[in-house]
Design a protein around this ligand. Structure first.
Ligand SMILES: Nc1ncnc2c1ncn2[C@@H]1O[C@H](COP(=O)(O)OP(=O)(O)OP(=O)(O)O)[C@@H](O)[C@H]1O
Length: 216
């Protein structure tokens, strides 16, 4: 069973020309797939469609074998699929790093002790312990990106959607991100303009051209 299945998706922003015009895509368990295409071709939009953050005018979004169309259908999808946004500031909103990472687990009903355990495990794993009590909005761009990944992993998603995860990372942190992602068990749909990074994380590639998705 596919984790994500988009079939013949048509989407345009209000009053704008179409961005997606018959886009279809499938992500299978354990699969690691890159999605490429020029600036503005609709890659981020497509990720947002998968999570129900944008509603296509036509086509089917299926996740974990179930068709999803209503807002309520996507609550489960957003719990099981983690999206690392292109802009970390869209995703970090708590005063401190530890609180930001704990937010998701607490929301899922974990106890305070369990949430703290998750925070410390992830900070250790991502080697970010030195940022634990820092004020989130004062972090550097690269630090924010890594903390964002921690907030997403804290939800223990089954699938990761990564939108330009190397943005703002220096070469050392990019290499660390490669190591971290290579070790994760999740299926990954990766949007990245870096051919080298893509080749280190994913085995397959598809490309958006004129609103449709082609094997590349
Ligand atoms: N909220 C919005 N309202 C109107 N137009 C939008 C909105 N968000 C994005 N767009 C437009 O939709 C098109 C696709 O944007 P999108 O961010 O999906 O492209 P992308 O392939 O991810 O680009 P990039 O490689 O530059 O990140 C762009 O022309 C963009 O300006």
């Amino acid at each position: 069973m596919a984790l994500i299945e988009l079939d013949d998706i048509h989407f345009s922003y209000h009053g704008q020309p179409p961005i997606l015009s018959g886009a279809s895509l499938r992500l299978m368990p354990g699969q690691r797939l890159s999605l490429t295409g020029p600036n503005g071709s609709g890659k981020s939009t497509l990720l947002r469609v998968i999570l129900g953050l944008q509603t296509p005018q036509q086509g089917t979004v299926r996740a974990f074998g179930v068709d999803r169309s209503q807002e309520a259908d996507f609550h489960e999808v957003r719990r099981r699929i983690g999206l690392v946004f292109q802009d970390a500031d869209d995703q970090l909103f708590c005063p401190t790093v530890a609180e930001d990472i704990a937010f998701g687990p607490l929301n899922l009903g974990k106890s305070k002790e369990e949430a703290i355990e998750i925070v410390d495990r992830l900070l250790e794993q991502l080697r970010l312990m030195h940022l634990r009590d820092r004020i989130t909005h004062k972090l550097s761009g690269g630090e924010k990106r890594l903390v964002t990944l921690a907030t997403v992993l804290a939800m223990e998603p089954e699938v990761l959607l990564l939108d330009e995860p190397t943005n703002a990372l220096d070469t050392q942190n990019e290499a660390r991100l490669v190591e971290i992602l290579q070790d994760l068990p999740q299926a990954i749909l990766l949007v990245s303009h870096s051919a080298e990074f893509r080749s280190q994380i994913t085995q397959e590639k598809v490309e958006i051209r004129a609103g449709q998705i082609y094997a590349a």
